[in-house]
Ligand binder design. Structure first.
Ligand code: ADP
Length: 465
C-alpha cells in the first residue's frame, strides 16, 4: 500500500473515532439532561397534585378514614383537571382508581414515602411514573405521562449525527486525498530523481519549493546529487587521464622495442659486416639507454605521487645558486647566462623537490634558447603566493600546445624532441611537485620570442607542513 494511503487511512480512522466518540458523548449528555428536566417537571406536578389531594381528603374525612364513595367522587373530579396525565390510586394495596393502562410489574414508587420517579416502556412507548404514599393511611398515588418524545428526540439526534458523520467523512476524505497528494509530490519527485541518478543520469535535481523538512530534504538531496556528479566527473576525468597515459606510454615503448627487435634480427643475419654489426649494437645501446631513462623518469613520477613532502624553511638565493651550479654543464654548452633575481628570500617547501623542478625548467629553457642568450631565474610574491619563475628568450611554444604542455609525454615537436632525448615527462614532474606544495605550474609564451614557466606556491609555514 502506498505511504499516502496509509496516512490517509490513519488520519481518517482517528478523526472519525474522535468525532463519533465526542458526538456520542454529547448525544448521551443531552438525552440525560432532557430526562432530568422531564423528571423535575413530573415531580413538581406530582407534588402539586398529591398535596392538593391530601388536603382535600383530610378536609372531606375530617381526620377519619375517607369512605370509598367520597374518595371516588374526589378522584373523578380531580382526574379531569389533569389532561395528558394519567392517575392511579391504590387503597390498601389494591387498585382503587385508574384512567390508564394497568401495569402489572413491580411498583416501588407506590411504597415510597417521598415522590419517586420511574421510566417504563409500555407497549413500545416510554412513560414516566411518579408516585408515593399519601398522608391518609393505606392510600398510594401514581401519576404517569407519555415521555416518548425523549426517545424520539434521541433517535432524531442520532440520525442527524449519522448523517453528519457520513457527510464529514466524505468531505474529509476528499480534502485529505487532495492535501496528501500535494504534500507527497516532493517526496515522489525525490524518489524519481534518485531512480534516474541510479540509472546514470547525474544531472537530475529536484525543485526546492518550501522551507520545511521536505524542503531541507530536497536541498540536501540536491547537494548529495551535486557531490556525486562532481565525483563521477572527477573519476571519469581520472580514468581518461589514466587511459591517455597508458596510450602514450605504449606509444613511447613501441618505437624503441621495434628498433631493438629489428636490430637484434639484423645481428642474427650472418651476412652483415663487422661495421654494420657495431652500428647495430650502438643503436641497440642508445635505445636501451633511452628505455632506462624512461623507466627512471616514470619511477620518479610514481615516487613523487606516493611520497610525503619534507617541508623546511628554504633560503631562495641558496636554492638558485645550487640550481646554477648543477646546470652549469648544460648552460656552458650553449654559452648561456643564468641570471638570478630574488625579491623573496625564503620559502617553506621541500628543498630537493623544488631544486629538481627548477633544474628541469632550466634544462628545458636551455634546450629552447639560442646560443649565447640569457635565462632568468627569479622569485617574487603574487597574490599571497611565492612564485619561482624560469624565463628564456628561446623558440617559445605555439598557443595550441600551451594548454597541453604539462601532460605526460607531450612534446611540441615530437620527432625533434625524441631525437634530442626528450621524454615529455619533465613538465609533468614539475607540475606534480608544484601540486604537492599545494600550488600549480603556469606556462606563458609568445611563439618565437621565449617562454616563462612559473611555480606558484601558496605560503604555508614550516610548522604546518
Ligand atoms: P622533455 O623531456 O621533452 O623536455 P618536458 O615535459 O620537459 O619534456 O617538455 C615538454 C615539451 O615542452 C618539450 O618537448 C618542449 O617542446 C616544450 N618545452 C618545454 N619547455 C620549453 C621552453 N622553455 N621553451 C620552448 N619549449 C619548451
Amino acid at each position: 500500500m502506498r505511504f499516502r494511503y496509509k496516512i490517509y487511512l490513519c488520519v481518517l480512522v482517528l478523526f472519525l473515532l474522535a468525532l463519533d466518540a465526542s458526538a456520542f458523548a454529547l448525544l448521551q449528555k443531552s438525552y440525560d439532561q432532557n430526562k432530568q428536566m422531564d423528571i423535575w417537571r413530573g415531580t413538581i406536578e406530582y407534588e402539586t397534585v398529591s398535596e392538593t389531594l391530601n388536603h382535600l381528603i383530610d378536609g372531606t374525612a375530617g381526620g377519619r378514614k375517607i369512605s370509598d364513595v367520597s374518595l371516588r367522587q374526589l378522584i373523578d373530579s380531580f382526574s379531569q383537571s389533569l389532561p395528558g396525565t394519567s392517575m392511579e390510586l391504590y387503597r390498601d394495596g389494591t387498585l382503587f382508581f385508574s384512567n390508564t393502562i394497568y401495569f402489572e410489574g413491580d411498583r416501588p414508587e407506590l411504597h415510597s414515602a417521598s415522590p419517586m420517579s420511574v421510566y417504563r416502556n409500555i407497549n413500545g412507548r416510554l412513560r414516566l411514573y411518579v408516585g408515593s404514599t399519601l398522608t391518609q393511611e393505606g392510600l398510594s398515588l401514581s401519576l404517569s405521562r407519555d415521555a416518548n418524545y425523549l426517545t424520539e428526540y434521541y433517535h432524531l439526534l442520532l440520525r442527524y449525527f449519522i448523517f453528519l458523520s457520513v457527510s464529514i467523512s466524505v468531505v474529509l476524505s476528499l480534502f485529505l486525498l487532495f492535501f496528501l497528494r500535494h504534500l507527497m509530490r516532493p517526496i515522489e519527485q525525490l524518489g524519481k530523481a534518485a531512480n534516474e541518478i541510479a540509472e546514470g543520469d547525474y544531472s537530475q535535481r529536484v525543485p526546492v519549493k518550501t522551507h520545511d523538512e521536505i524542503g531541507a530534504l530536497a536541498e540536501n538531496f540536491n547537494k548529495m546529487a551535486e557531490a556525486v556528479s562532481e565525483q563521477i566527473q572527477e573519476l571519469t576525468l581520472l580514468n581518461e587521464e589514466k587511459e591517455q597515459f597508458i596510450r602514450n606510454l605504449t606509444h613511447e615503448l613501441k618505437t624503441p622495442i621495434a628498433i631493438l627487435h629489428g636490430y637484434s634480427e639484423f645481428l642474427q643475419n650472418a651476412n652483415c659486416s663487422d661495421a654494420e654489426k657495431s652500428l647495430a649494437l650502438r643503436y641497440i645501446q642508445e635505445h636501451t639507454a633511452r628505455l632506462e631513462q624512461l623507466t627512471g623518469r616514470l619511477l620518479e613520477l610514481l615516487r613523487l605521487r606516493n611520497e610525503a613532502l619534507c617541508r623546511e624553511e628554504i633560503d631562495i638565493p641558496a636554492l638558485f645558486a645550487s640550481v646554477q651550479s648543477l646546470s652549469d654543464s648544460i648552460l656552458e654548452k650553449k654559452h648561456l647566462t643564468l641570471r638570478s633575481e630574488t625579491q623573496v628570500q625564503t620559502l617553506c617547501g621541500d628543498h630537493i623537490l623544488l631544486q629538481t623542478a627548477l633544474m628541469n625548467l632550466v634544462e628545458n629553457a636551455a634546450k629552447a634558447s639560442p646560443d649565447g642568450s640569457e635565462i632568468k631565474l627569479c622569485s617574487r610574491k603574487e597574490d599571497g603566493s611565492t612564485v619561482l619563475e624560469v624565463a628564456d628568450h628561446g623558440c617559445g611554444i605555439p598557443k595550441a600546445d600551451l594548454a597541453h604542455i604539462c601532460e605526460e609525454f607531450y612534446r611540441v615537436d615530437k620527432s625533434r624532441s625524441r631525437a634530442s632525448g626528450g621524454l615529455g615527462l619533465g613538465l609533468s614532474i614539475c607540475r606534480l611537485i608544484a601540486q604537492l606544495h599545494g600550488g600549480s605550474l603556469e606556462a606563458e609564451s609568445t611563439y618565437g620570442a621565449g617562454a616563462a614557466f612559473r611555480l606558484v606556491l601558496p605560503d604555508i609555514s614550516a610548522q604546518n607542513g
